[in-house]
Design a protein. Structure first.
Length: 201
């Protein structure tokens, strides 16, 4: 079995990140699925990487490597406490981690890449003292993946375009996500700067 390594992204990974992003964008268009991904969307990863390297560790981009090849990546922001009082289930007062992106090359799906990235984000969220992890997305294959990982629906964001499906806001605690891990494989202790090793199953 090949070993999967998770590590913080660097600027030299941008070409690989762009490849993963464009493959997914092409797939969503071919299937006619609603996509919130704009053409320059992945370029925000560059800003996050630069902020992380400057010491702002709440901006996080991770990459997954197999045999030295980047096959997946994720982007998340560890938000600070919200000062206003929440009025709806979509608003939360406690500190949270917002998942902006989680993608994997099609040839490597179903081999634990997305799960390993999600679990490392959960570990980081705990280290930053965040109590909940959230993401908004339409129903479909990615939606089912998150549900299996412990996420549940907390709200709906109506689409302004009549042809697009609404987005569902889903969330899970870092502990719920890591609990799913215990049912699949034993975790290697986190070493954020040097990367992690996982066996593909």
């Amino acid at each position: 079995m090949e070993t999967l390594h998770i590590r913080p992204a660097c600027l030299s990974d941008m070409s690989d990140i762009e490849k993963i992003y464009k493959e997914e964008l092409k797939e969503t268009r071919q299937e006619g699925r609603a996509s919130a991904l704009g053409t320059p969307y992945y370029q925000a990863d560059k800003d996050f990487i630069q902020r992380y390297e400057a010491g702002e560790t709440r901006y996080q981009v991770l990459v997954a490597e197999v045999g030295g090849k980047v096959v997946g990546y994720s982007r998340a922001l560890h938000l600070l406490n919200c000062k206003k009082t929440p009025k709806t289930p979509i608003e939360r007062a406690e500190a949270q981690t917002t998942i902006h992106k989680l993608g994997c090359l099609k040839a490597y799906r179903g081999q634990g890449v997305g799960t390993s990235l999600l679990q490392e984000m959960a570990q980081s969220a705990m280290q930053h003292g965040r109590k909940v992890m959230r993401i908004s997305l339409p129903q479909g294959n990615p939606f089912a993946f998150y549900q299996k990982s412990g996420f549940s629906i907390v709200g709906e964001i109506p689409s302004k375009a009549a042809t697009k499906r609404p987005l569902f806001l889903i969330e899970a605690t870092p502990q719920q996500i890591l609990a799913q891990e215990n049912q699949t494989q034993k975790r290697v202790p986190s070493v954020p700067k040097k990367g992690l090793g996982y066996s593909l199953t």
